[in-house]
Design a protein around this ligand. Structure first.
Ligand code: C5P
Length: 221
């Protein structure tokens, strides 16, 4: 039945936001709460999937029956996702992964010194995990889903990003008040590599999660 349409499947979901440390007490981070990724994990588990949830700094309860792998940085998230993706039928990258990390990590807390200008922070690029897994395709037939938060030209930017990353589906959010970061609700358009556009009206993150798995299940069967 439809309720168990992911039975026998292994799916990987990344959630939350990476934190890139500067010193033992400071990091560069982002506003992702992890709520959308956790909703995706709960929804997939309810539909019968074995779920690996790679959770970056999300202060949320572990969903029942889900294998949760906690990570901190983008490099750690990459390692956990690549490992879990090796035998996965689908990978959904809902995590907000830092594009850059500080080049150096200070083993001791960075101090301010009287009369001295602060030292600049040099950033280096993080690996693009989505582009990497979509490019390599750990398994033939694996369905890869990305997320994108855009502030303007949402659909055009989303379509370009889908092609650049090489994923099968891209969930495009418009960043705004009451939507996306930290909120319980979301509104999105799911773009398909086949040219499809599936609008998901403003509503709970669970509803968007269900639509994503509908589209994934259709591509798996
Ligand atoms: O390029 P941008 O960060 O907008 O792309 C967002 C999508 O790419 C999300 O699915 C995110 O999880 C993924 N991503 C990634 N590795 C990065 C940056 C983003 O997998 N370094």
């Amino acid at each position: 039945d439809l309720a168990q349409d992911l039975a026998g499947r292994h799916v990987v979901v990344s959630a939350g936001g990476t934190r890139e440390p500067l010193d033992p007490v400071r990091f560069l981070g982002n506003r992702s709460s992890g709520k959308q990724g956790y909703a995706l994990a709960r929804s997939a588990a309810a539909r019968g999937a074995r779920v690996t949830l790679v959770a970056a700094n999300a202060a949320l309860p572990d969903p029942a029956g889900v294998d949760v792998v906690p990570v901190g940085t983008a490099v750690q998230l990459r390692e956990a996702v690549l490992k879990a993706a090796a035998d996965a039928d689908a990978v959904v990258m809902a995590a907000a992964v830092a594009d850059f990390r500080p080049e150096t990590y200070a083993a001791g807390k960075i101090k301010k010194k009287d009369g001295q200008e602060p030292a600049p922070i040099t950033l280096v690029r993080n690996p693009d995990i989505l582009a990497e897994i979509a490019g390599e395709r750990a398994r033939p037939g694996q369905v890869i889903v990305g997320f994108a938060a855009e502030t303007d030209d949402v659909l055009a930017n989303g379509r370009a990003k889908l092609e650049r990353k090489g994923c099968d589906l891209l969930v495009v959010n418009e960043v705004g008040e009451r939507k996306t970061f930290g909120s319980e609700e979301n509104e999105a358009v799911v773009l398909g590599a086949d040219g499809s556009e599936t609008p998901v009206p403003y509503g709970p993150k669970e509803a968007l999660a269900d639509t994503v798995w509908d589209l994934v299940a259709a591509r798996l069967s």
